[in-house]
Design a protein around this ligand. Structure first.
Ligand SMILES: [Zn+2]
Length: 81
């Protein structure tokens, strides 16, 4: 199975059966599921699908946790004198 080959990284070029060569690919969001997102890789030469990648919710949450910290809500005290 060559599916595993590009499971864990973002591919910039993949072998295309039609073009008979390693071709640059385009990433396209194919499907959004509650626990994962599936990306499709399209050959830029002929437009056929040459691979897929899954991003699980866990990976996504990790990426989000790094980029956006949850801002703490401050309780606003109204001072009445
Ligand atoms: Zn192609």
């Amino acid at each position: 199975m060559n599916q595993q080959q590009f499971e864990n990284f973002t591919a910039s070029s993949l072998y295309c059966e039609k073009c008979k060569a390693a071709m640059p690919v385009r990433e396209r969001l194919l499907l959004v599921l509650p626990d994962r997102e599936i990306f499709d890789y399209l050959c830029t030469g002929c437009g056929s699908s040459v691979g897929r990648r899954e991003v699980t919710a866990g990976e996504k949450m990790l990426a989000q946790a790094v980029s956006q910290r949850r801002p703490r809500r401050r309780t606003v005290h109204q001072l009445t004198q």
